[in-house]
Design a protein around this ligand. Structure first.
Ligand code: ZN
Ligand code: ZN
Length: 514
């Protein structure tokens, strides 16, 4: 062009240069012959299977991505020029050039009968072989007992990044070769990220090494933490402090078990369904059944965080915080009261350990072996089922009111810095007699847990003077402060607070007017 004077101009320009992903050398694209699978006919039934719910994706929002892929599917290049893999079952005839595809190795060309044939050297894409996995592992194409028993499977647990590569292809192949979906449910699990939600990587230095955590806090605490943080559809933001927090829970379980074991002298098993139990015991047994229901329901729905938090809340904040304390009174009474309390403690602890076992396999098995139990090992013990006969809404409502009163008295103690050993008096006042009856009935447990010297009841009338008070749903509670609090210094403190608040108020007012 230059010699003939036809050159307009010379200009540099940038191109996107392909590079080898292994060695980084520049690669030159070449056209080549490859094997493809026509995907539309395979995708159509796989779309319908998910639409109709034969296979369920959990969390459900992954369905949109799945449908998007499948409805815009392109033909799949399945041939690879590598050594490892299933060799394509295709033979080329050296004489007529035609291709013979066959399940069995052919002896001759299907077109001209020539024996001068060679098998394709390309192997299948690894995802092609993986797509056959749900049935090829069970003896397919033979009709084996395993295939009949285990296909379709119930659940596939996997990561979102292979939803298309693997899950969608297993669905298509399963429907094509077996005429049925390969699994009922697909649970897409979360990614574990750091506490700020960033992906963990060595270069960022934010990697939390599971083995280090297990060494430091124990396998049970680590495993429970992951379950408790596994909210559906969200990534796990893992912080070491969370693992440390759940180690406290492991200790709590251990200490509760120790308390029960130390109080089992003379233990005899009683049929609790036939026993006349105090309301405190009926309450914890009712709460236990509801916890079992909640945990089972959450596990059925793959809501692992809800299952973990359900048993956590029950065991710590209902069993340990309340029932273990309440049981001390019954244990001290001896006789039948003690025997029943021992049985309720064992029942609640034993069922809780079963509920906890999948989350904390080691500590639960260790404790279970030490307490009264039936069966060989917790790992093979049945998961608990709720016993509806123990559910008692009336008793739960009553205990909620009693707990509310105790919490209110404790709050007054905290507000006025009254030492836990300081014995105080409380007055419950209500406008109607029947509102007081409940608290009168539970007077012993209220006195015990609120550490009261005396508990009095007042029907209507004037509110007690010089007392701290809290308004409850059905009543009011008063704690007379005379003799407990230095009224003069308390007044001085309040006066100071008032002055400070007034100063702040005038400052804010000044700024607003400015
Ligand atoms: Zn290379
Ligand atoms: Zn031929």
């Amino acid at each position: 062009l230059k010699a003939q004077g036809l050159l307009e101009k010379i200009e540099d320009y940038e191109v996107v240069l392909g590079k080898c992903y292994r060695c980084g050398d520049v690669v030159e694209p070449l056209l080549s012959k490859q094997w493809f699978v026509k995907m539309k006919p395979l995708a159509t039934p796989a779309i319908a299977a998910v639409e109709r719910g034969f296979t369920r994706l959990v969390p459900e929002n992954w369905k949109n991505l799945y449908f998007d892929w499948m409805r815009n599917i392109r033909d799949w290049c399945i041939s690879r020029q590598i050594w490892w893999g299933h060799r394509l079952p295709a033979w080329t005839c050296k004489d007529c050039g035609e291709i013979t595809v066959s399940r069995e190795d052919p002896e001759a060309c299907a077109h001209c009968g020539s024996e001068n044939i060679v098998q394709e050297e390309d192997v299948l894409d690894t995802w092609f072989s993986s797509a056959l996995w749900p049935f090829s592992t069970l003896g397919w194409p033979e009709d084996t007992p395993e295939l009949r028993l285990y296909y379709p499977t119930s659940l596939l647990v996997t990561s979102f990044d292979i939803l298309f590569f693997w899950v969608a292809r297993m669905l298509m192949m399963g429907l094509h070769f077996m005429g049925a979906v390969p699994f009922r449910d697909v649970y897409i699990h979360a990614l574990v990220r750091d506490e700020k939600g960033q992906k963990m990587s060595k270069s960022r230095g934010n990697v939390i090494d599971p083995l280090v955590m297990i060494e430091k806090y124990g396998t049970d605490a680590f495993r429970f933490t992951l379950a408790a943080l596994a909210a559906q559809g969200r990534d796990i933001k893992l912080a070491e402090s969370r693992i440390e927090g759940y180690r406290h829970f492991v200790n709590k379980i251990w200490n509760a078990a120790r308390f029960v074991l130390l109080n089992l002298d003379g233990y005899e098993k009683v049929d609790l369904s036939q026993a006349t139990l105090p309301k405190e015991s009926r309450w914890i047994l009712s709460r236990l059944q509801k916890t079992i229901e909640r945990v089972r329901r959450s596990l059925d729905e793959y809501e692992f965080d809800q299952a973990a938090l359900g048993i956590y809340h029950f065991f710590w904040h209902e069993f340990c915080d309340w029932y273990v304390e309440m049981s001390k009174r019954f244990l001290a009474q001896g006789g039948e009261a003690k025997r029943l309390a021992q049985n309720v403690l064992v029942e609640v602890l034993e069922k809780s350990l079963r509920l906890l076992h999948p989350f904390m396999p080691f500590v639960t098995e260790e404790i279970w072996q030490a307490i009264p139990h039936e069966g060989e090992a917790l790992i093979v013990a049945p998961y608990p089922r709720p016993q509806r006969a123990f559910i008692d809404e009336g008793v739960e409502a009553e205990l909620n009111k009693v707990k509310e009163l105790i919490v209110a008295i404790r709050a007054i103690r905290a507000d006025y810095n009254l030492h836990p050993t300081q014995e105080i008096k409380a007055i419950v006042r209500a406008e109607r007699e029947e509102k007081l009856t409940l608290f009168q009935e539970f007077s012993p447990v209220i006195k015990q847990l609120a550490r009261l010297k005396t508990l009095e009841f007042q029907l209507g009338g004037l509110r007690p003077k010089g007392a701290a008070s809290v308004v409850l749903a059905d009543a009011e509670v008063f704690v007379p402060l005379e003799g407990l609090v230095d009224v003069a210094s308390e007044l001085k403190k309040l006066k100071k607070d008032e002055e400070k608040t007034l100063k702040e108020l005038s400052r804010v007012k000044g700024r607003l007017e400015n």
